[in-house]
Design a protein around this ligand. Structure first.
Ligand code: HEM
Length: 481
């Protein structure tokens, strides 16, 4: 008897499922945590059913390595989603567009033009100015002895930096203030993090989404964001810069547009510029702010580690009011603190959803083309088989070791991996390092009266990114300014 190939596929283990909804009922609000619990029972590659859609969840470094390195091309898709289709101008972006020749071209152009070390360096003065403004505001709070909501402050900082890098101007002078912009970004993030019923239940789901008001919210947010981007792009078109002159991101994208037109290419339109801008704000603002909030949370919970980091910074920047970008290279312990923060608190705990582009295999299991793929970076970062005392915050574990998120070590995946890996690591981490170094250099940090470090909550909230559920409020105390 000859068995036809694929007749009896070796499927990954699956938890029991219900009709119609599949495994959706087994996910609670903290999706990455419920998936990690299921993986303890069903293993590092499990097959779930989200409504009628099959999805696999990867929860070990070995499985992640096979998917993101050995079989990278097979796992480089992104699943289409109702809200993403509208928000990205029908996939005119880089981050959410399915794997295609278009994506390859756009990733190449944006990596070269927007995320190169040279470009990141060229925005150094923006980071320094905005960090200085934040330190002044902290000094004000320190003088009054008042607590600061670090979540709010870090978000405002990273949003201001990205705003200036993108548009060459600050919120003042634009058509929206920082609070309005913050609200708009969070609305857009909320929509992209929403599981629309249409994504799983077709036409019936579409009707459900209409009735729940999702369509209205989506249209309203999209229109406001579009008008905002259009206004800033039109302003830039009035004062075109030449190559070499200091360019912001809209200048660069307009120049690329012009170069493509000169080459006779028609594919790069205004919608692509808007799609890339959307990616930058959604991928680059919250992620950096959350890294800073979780780092400060761990440091106030671990005062010895805070002191060790401050001693290093104050030795390297001795006699200076501020830590400069040039000093950052010497801050080895600070970098270890940040790696440890990203191990335990990856801002995107399930990365961005991927999709298989072809029938493929993983750890010997057969995986069908078009299967959603979630890589649980949160679970991999806390896997007791890889990490000694995995739940403990211990930057020393990286001492002298080669492990790094840039080196494709699959035990540490805060920026994802393979060809869909984050291109903005340097852009994001240069802001995070400069900010944290200066916060620790210029201030001592105290908990508000009556609170001890045990009272600081580690509770997570989950959306598109993993935020801190209970805001972190700390009192800065002037050390020197
Ligand atoms: C601490 C900061 C950041 C973290 C933790 C982070 C994390 C991530 C993660 C997990 C992914 C998905 C990777 C995957 O699917 O394998 C991603 C993708 C992406 N990130 Fe970041 N990111 C950060 C900062 C930035 C910044 C500052 C930018 C741009 C200004 C950026 C732009 C992007 C883009 C465009 C993608 C999509 C890449 C693609 O699909 O080809 N990120 N990021």
């Amino acid at each position: 008897l000859v068995r036809k190939p694929n007749q009896c596929p070796n499927k990954p283990p699956s938890p029991p499922k219900l009709p119609i909804i599949g495994n959706l009922h087994q996910l609670d609000a903290l999706v990455h945590q419920s998936l990690a619990k299921l993986a303890e029972k069903y293993g590092p590659v499990m097959l779930l059913q989200f409504g009628p859609e099959p999805a696999i969840v990867i929860s070990s470094a070995a499985a992640a390595k096979e998917a993101l390195k050995t079989r990278d091309a097979d796992f480089s898709g992104r699943p289409p989603a109702f809200c993403a289709t509208k928000m990205t101008y029908n996939y005119s972006d880089v981050a959410l567009v399915p794997y295609s020749e278009y994506w390859r071209q756009m990733k190449k152009i944006t990596t070269l033009e927007l995320y190169s070390s040279k470009r990141v360096q060229s925005f150094g003065s923006v980071r320094v100015d905005e960090v200085n403004a934040m330190l002044e505001s902290l000094a004000f709070s320190a003088a009054k002895g008042e607590a600061v909501d670090l979540g709010e402050m870090m978000f405002t900082l990273t949003a201001s930096i990205m705003f200036k890098i993108a548009f060459g101007t600050s919120f003042k002078g634009s058509m929206m203030d920082d609070k309005g912009f913050e609200k708009l970004i969070h609305e857009a993030e909320g929509l992209l993090g929403t599981f629309a019923a249409a994504d799983f239940f077709g036409c019936v789901g579409w009707v459900v989404d209409k009735l729940t008001g999702l369509h209205l919210r989506l249209d309203r947010t999209f229109r406001r964001l579009d008008q905002f981007f259009q206004h800033l792009i039109s302003e830039h078109m009035k004062s075109e810069k030449v190559k070499g002159e200091h360019e912001d991101i809209v200048d660069v994208l307009l120049r690329v547009h012009k170069e493509q037109v000169q080459l006779g290419a028609t594919w790069f339109t205004m919608n692509n510029i808007k799609g890339v801008l959307l990616n930058i704000f959604l991928a680059g603002v919250d992620t950096a702010a959350l890294t800073l909030v979780w780092a400060m949370t761990e440091l106030v919970k671990n005062p010895d580690i805070m002191k060790k980091a401050q001693d290093e910074i104050r030795r390297v920047a001795a006699g200076k009011q501020r830590v400069s970008e040039q000093d950052l290279e010497s801050l080895k312990y600070l970098k270890m603190v940040l790696k440890e923060t990203l191990r335990l608190h990856p801002p995107a705990p399930l990365l961005l959803p991927k999709e298989t582009t072809t029938d493929t295999k993983l750890l010997g299991y057969d995986i069908k083309a078009g299967t959603r793929v979630y890589v649980n970076a949160w679970a991999i970062g806390r896997d007791a088989k890889t990490w000694e005392k995995a739940e403990e915050f211990s930057p020393e574990r990286f001492e002298g070791g080669p492990l790094d998120y840039k080196e494709r070590n699959f035990e540490l995946l805060p920026f994802g991996g393979g060809r869909r890996m984050c291109p903005g690591i340097n852009m994001g981490m240069s802001t995070v390092e400069l900010t944290l170094a200066n916060m620790l250099h210029c201030f001592e940090w105290k908990l508000p009266d009556g609170m001890t470090s045990e009272d600081v909550s580690m509770e997570e909230g989950f959306g598109l990114t993993m935020f801190k559920k209970i805001p972190l409020k700390l009192v800065p105390v002037n050390f020197h300014l």
